[in-house]
Design a protein around this ligand. Structure first.
Ligand code: NAP
Length: 350
């Protein structure tokens, strides 16, 4: 598969997902990233950092003025539902990428480079009223975070013409190793691991389901989308360009995985989860198994027993068949990923 070098901008490159993407993509591509408050100390030396305020757009146009981007990956967000609930205006200003879309449109007008956009959305666009959501079902988020993220999707799809390559990844909980630079919020997997290792009784919900996704799968998925974009013939839309993006077999491998991924740029919205529907208790038990701990710290509880101060959808497990069947892309089962993250320790001889 061709690995044509692309110039890529990762917004929110200092966040959890953004950091992994910056590191993985810099091995192949020219990577720029934005941060709001925390410039990375660990970033690859080739990665170019830009401080911006995505709520106001301050600094963003200057980033685009200096560099033409082939791909923009939008990982920036106010991603904590509690913060979104207490500061809805700030959440909306950051999460709905008005300024970013302006810059992408202006870039094409000014120098003809059409940037493909990979936008991170969330499973919280679904209301949680049943299991295994599909992308074409109506969305009715139950909290401000989900509402701003749904508005972001609608904003992108309504403002970027159909001819623009856009992939909206509705991500479930993202888990993996600790990031190279610390982030300012608790990380799901590390919280669970510390609870089951520490042994203090910790409440886990047995009536809230998710399809957690491994960060390494997101790295692979984003890399494949970028490779496919490199193989696209990008050009300004014409009136006869009804289908939008033209998938030109410029990589010389028709029918290859790359060809499948070129089609991804027309499909646009993908549930991006792991292959399973897991309750919080299921996840905690699998982490305990991976760490060779017993289940004594895991206290199953109902969501009704705790006031979290923000509504949380009950069941937003996702059907990921669009990824698996249309792209041939398979995500990693939770227990397999855990074996990679927490490899079994050799038993020391006594
Ligand atoms: N993590 C998950 O489990 C999960 C699940 C579903 C969907 N998602 C989505 O996936 C994406 C990545 O999530 P994540 O967990 O990596 O997020 P994160 O760790 O919370 O990082 C958020 C990023 O946004 C940046 N940011 C926030 N406000 C900003 C502002 N005003 N100006 C400029 N930058 C700003 C932060 O910059 P600084 O820190 O430098 O200020 C940081 O780089 C988000 O869109 C999120 O909604 C995440």
């Amino acid at each position: 598969m061709s690995k044509a070098r692309q110039t890529v901008l990762v917004t929110g490159g200092s966040g959890y997902a953004g950091q992994f993407l910056v590191h993985a993509l810099a091995e192949v591509h020219t990577v720029h990233y934005t941060f709001g408050t925390r410039q990375l100390t660990s970033a690859p030396t080739t990665a170019v950092a830009h401080k911006v305020d995505l709520a106001t757009g301050d600094g963003l146009q200057e980033v685009f003025d200096k560099t033409a981007f082939h791909v923009v990956i939008n990982c920036a967000a106010i991603s904590q539902p509690g913060l979104c609930e207490s500061s809805p205006d700030v959440a909306r200003a950051v999460n709905v990428p008005i300024h970013l879309v302006n810059c992408i449109l202006r870039q094409e007008q000014s120098n003809g480079t059409r940037a493909a956009l990979i936008h991170f959305s969330t499973d919280q666009v679904y209301d949680g009223s049943h299991a295994m959501w599909r992308e074409d079902e109506p969305c009715s988020p139950v909290n401000t975070y989900g509402k701003t993220k749904l508005e972001a999707e609608q904003h992108i799809l309504s403002r970027l013409p159909a001819s623009f390559p856009v992939a909206i990844l509705r991500s479930s909980i993202i888990y993996g190793p600790p990031p190279p630079d610390p982030v300012s919020r608790a990380l799901f997997l590390q919280f669970v691991a510390s609870a089951v290792r520490g042994g203090a009784l910790t409440t886990f919900f047995d009536d809230e389901w998710r399809s957690p996704v491994y960060i390494r799968d997101l790295e692979r998925l984003v890399s494949r989308l970028i490779e496919a974009n490199a193989a696209l013939e990008t050009r300004k839309p014409t009136t006869s360009d009804a289908a939008g993006v033209t998938a030109a077999p410029t990589d010389g491998v028709p029918g290859s995985e790359n060809a499948l991924f070129r089609v991804a740029w027309r499909q646009r919205v993908f549930n991006t989860g792991g292959p399973e529907r897991l309750s919080r208790v299921d996840m905690a038990r699998q982490v305990a198994d991976a760490l060779n701990c017993d289940y004594s710290a895991i206290l199953p509880a109902s969501t009704a027993s705790v006031n979290r101060g923000v509504a949380s959808p009950a069941d937003i497990s996702m059907d990921v068949s669009r990824l698996t069947e249309e792209l041939g892309f398979h995500t990693t089962p939770f227990n397999e990923a855990l074996r990679e993250i927490f490899p079994p320790q050799p038993v020391s001889a006594t």
